[in-house]
Ligand binder design. Structure first.
Ligand SMILES: *Cc1c(COP(=O)(O)O)cnc(C)c1O
Length: 222
């Protein structure tokens, strides 16, 4: 099946309120172009050194989301153009994004990454860390970043019930945080969860944005 038919097939499965991030990491610009020509405008990348040449080569109306672990010293390279950083996992990173976005007089949207998986190595704030951060009024202090929601990744497992529990816990946390700390804020709306293997469960549990790579582009060659 071609990229455009896989993309179209996937889109027919998505409820109206769910946006699709086509995760194009490890795929060439020519391959991304196929998805672009099929109408896709929202793409996700996880490495700065890979994203920069793609940004240069591909059309300017692509909305780029950064979804990988972002080092502080690389923020300035993507600050001029990145639409959203979905993987904000520290206050330092939030502050650096604010500083660099300020230099270009723009606003960068961010999702706070929450650690929901049982695996230790995954990045993100714990629920407790988020509960410390949010009451600090950080959103009011940062004028060049807009916190638009939360992002999470489930444990890499075949246990569907465990995956569902993890998504459900993030979804409940999202609702609570939205009510408690973002009441009256029209920007805090996104719950990014779900990948190729688990997006149907994520959607059932309230995802507004899924990040799908393999199911659109096929396997990655690492
Ligand atoms: C690679 C990646 C994805 C996409 O994974 P697939 O299984 O290929 O759909 C989604 N989210 C993040 C954060 C990723 O790093």
């Amino acid at each position: 099946m071609s990229i455009s038919s896989r993309l179209n097939q996937l889109k027919t499965e998505l409820p109206e309120q769910v946006r699709l991030v086509a995760v194009s990491k490890f795929h060439e610009a020519t391959v991304i172009r196929e998805a672009y020509d099929a109408g896709q405008r929202l793409f996700g990348e996880s490495r700065v050194q890979e994203l920069l040449p793609k940004y240069e080569q591909l059309p300017q109306d692509i909305e780029w989301h950064f979804i990988g672990h972002l080092q502080l010293n690389k923020v300035k390279q993507i600050a001029p153009f990145i639409d959203t950083v979905q993987s904000v996992d520290s206050v330092k990173l939030l502050e650096e994004l604010n500083r660099q976005a300020g230099k270009f007089n723009r606003k960068i949207k961010v999702l706070l990454q929450v650690h929901i998986a049982r695996e230790e190595h995954k990045f993100g704030f714990s629920f407790d860390e988020m509960a410390d951060l949010l009451p600090s009024g950080i959103q009011e202090q940062l004028t060049h970043v807009t916190i638009t929601g939360l992002m999470g990744m489930a444990t890499f497992t075949d246990d569907k019930e465990q995956i569902r529990e993890e998504f459900a816990s993030l979804s409940a946390f999202f609702s609570k945080v939205k009510k408690q700390y973002f009441a009256g804020n029209t920007h805090f709306n996104e719950l990014s969860m779900g990948m190729s293997d688990d997006y149907p469960i994520a959607i059932e549990e309230g995802s507004t944005m899924i990040r799908v790579g393999t199911k659109i582009f096929g396997p990655r060659n690492y």
